[in-house]
Design a protein around this ligand. Structure first.
Ligand code: ZN
Length: 335
């Protein structure tokens, strides 16, 4: 147990707490800046089972803050979950790391979180957080919200049951749209801090500490402002007040979503399909440059790029228009 000796020596964890961490199961949703920092910290802390999920692949602009990735991953456009799992496996080979290359949506979220003790939110949009909030409420799981933009960070523990507020209690029905990391930028120092606080709270929750934070922490690193805000439970909240869900449990058809700050759109077919990479690659031979990779088969038509995953999901680049991307998908993949 030399590996965890500094954690065991810490009064808040001890040998007993370390055993609890080793027996814990955590799901990290999103492996961008927040998720790669969290997965790194949790793997090193000895969380016994880590499910790490991301739908995207590594790009050069990620390396400034997404600390599990290397230049080679960006060059090869490795899926983030695969690149992260490979490095984490070398950091701690004594825990179980399950990489999942997928889009988290209402159709698959139950299977991804029902067997874990806690969920770390490391996503980048409100809609997925509302889904996580509803799914965790339905399944009685704690989750930890984290957000970062420019130099402004926020995090809150969302704990099941009791008088604790949920994520929806903080928001109106309307999904606000605002600036993104692509337009406003984001400091790598900020995302590290938000993830560090999320993981500290995760360790407290998993070890049963009485010192779990009950406030919404909001801070601006550039302007030196730190606030701990009281959030009260809204008795009329549709999620934690009435148990009515807007996203969770809803059957969704095929979906498209333009990816934040990218000239690219993700297409998720209504039903996952097992793609035969050889068959697709042969079919695409006359359509442009075809590249077979470990987790994808890629087509560059000159005007568009298609990165097709084994489950039929694709990232279409060269447009941020969902309708255009769907047409490209229908033309070349047509599942
Ligand atoms: Zn609520």
């Amino acid at each position: 147990m030399e590996r965890y000796s500094r954690q065991e020596a810490f009064f808040g964890i001890g040998a007993e707490g370390q055993q609890k961490l080793l027996a814990s199961r955590v799901c990290v949703i999103g492996l961008g800046a927040l998720g790669s920092a969290s997965a790194n910290l949790l793997a090193r802390a000895g969380i016994g089972f880590l499910r790490i999920i991301d739908r995207d692949y590594v790009e050069l602009s990620n390396l400034q803050r997404q600390m599990l990735y290397r230049e080679q991953d960006a060059r090869e456009q490795t899926p983030k979950a695969a690149a992260a799992a490979e490095l984490l496996g070398q950091i701690n080979s004594e825990i179980t790391i399950e990489p999942v290359i997928a889009d988290v949506n209402s159709g698959n979220i139950t299977g991804l979180i029902e067997d874990v003790d806690l969920v770390i939110d490391a996503t980048d949009n409100v809609e997925i957080r509302l889904l996580i909030n509803e799914a965790c409420h339905a399944l009685g799981k704690p989750w930890i919200y984290g957000g970062a933009l420019a130099s402004y960070g926020m995090t809150m523990n969302v704990l099941p049951g009791g008088d604790a507020p949920c994520y929806h209690c903080m928001f109106d029905e309307q999904v606000p749209d605002g600036e993104t990391c692509a337009t406003a930028g984001v400091l790598g120092t900020l995302t590290s801090i938000v993830a560090s606080i999320q993981c500290t709270e995760a360790i407290k929750i998993l070890t049963g500490s009485p010192d779990v934070r009950r406030t919404l922490l909001a801070f601006d690193l550039w302007n030196n402002e730190f606030d701990a805000l009281e959030v009260t439970k809204n008795p009329d909240c549709p999620v934690c007040g009435r148990g009515e869900y807007q996203y969770y449990g809803k059957v969704s058809g095929s979906q498209s979503a333009s990816l934040c700050g990218r000239d690219a759109v993700q297409i998720v077919p209504a039903q996952a399909a097992a793609v035969d990479f050889d068959e697709i690659a042969a079919r695409w031979e006359s359509c442009g440059k075809v590249t077979r990779k470990r987790f994808t088969v890629d087509l560059d038509t000159g005007a568009y790029g298609i990165k097709l995953f084994a489950d039929g999901r694709a990232i279409v680049s060269g447009t941020s228009e969902e309708a255009k991307a769907k047409a490209v998908y229908a033309e070349y993949v047509g599942l």
